[in-house]
Design a protein around this ligand. Sequence first.
Ligand code: ADP
Length: 258
Amino acid sequence: ALAQRLRRAQPGPLDSGTLVYAVASGKGGVGKSSVAANLAVALARQGKRVGLLDADVWGYSVPQLFGVRRSPVAVKGLMLPIEAYGVRLMSVGFLVGDGEPVVWRGPMLHKALEQFLSDVHWGELDVLLLDLPPGTGDVTLSLLELVPRAALLAVTTPQPTAQTVASRVGRMARDMGMPVAGIVENMSTVVCGDCGTPSALFGTGGGRRLADELGTELLSGIPLDPALRQACDDGVPVVAGAPQTPSALALSALATRL
Ligand code: ADP
């Protein structure tokens, strides 16, 4: 039902059947990229044709999260996305040397993002996920101008401060007339390694309050899970490498709601 509603709300230049979600957060470190990457893999495992555009140009992490070091090849002037775990990937990280910082200024970044949309042979996609930089800066605005039909998927932690900064992203979306697909609360609980009891390390309610404030749904609560952290470090998305772990199950369930 959500997909149907968004499809109607998303007329635009990309193939009109493609659902576009902009995965955003108020600040860094809340797990936005981990959510975007694993959601992409979970959707692909459901049989969807999925693209993931890493627009977190300074803090790009898609190469690390997918364990990919290759550079994309170009065919007839179009770059081919790199495919891993069934997802078509594009990232600034594929274009700069290993560990090199991106020192481009605004206009170059805008151009690069434009090219990621127009000069990459995405092929037919059911879903395109955009991993946005944290906050409401230039790159976020540029990209949302380039893809006005994207629906916002806001990632926050349960902490009140995280929720407050995330709400700025929500207000930006509203000001730009973007549909809001929902809220993902990451690091919702932590499960004690000894006794298995879940506890609310980062407090409770941030995701719910943000959803209420933006008049949208809290789609998922993803637990703090050592398996997810390990998978990120190993370069294997947790939903592929350890699909029965608590975080992987939550991320797969989230994919069924989009
Ligand atoms: P962001 O994109 O918001 O900056 P990342 O996705 O890069 O955040 O996550 C930051 C760090 O936190 C990474 O090392 C990641 O592995 C870890 N992390 C994110 N979510 C979880 C989780 N639910 N459980 C355990 N570790 C997590």
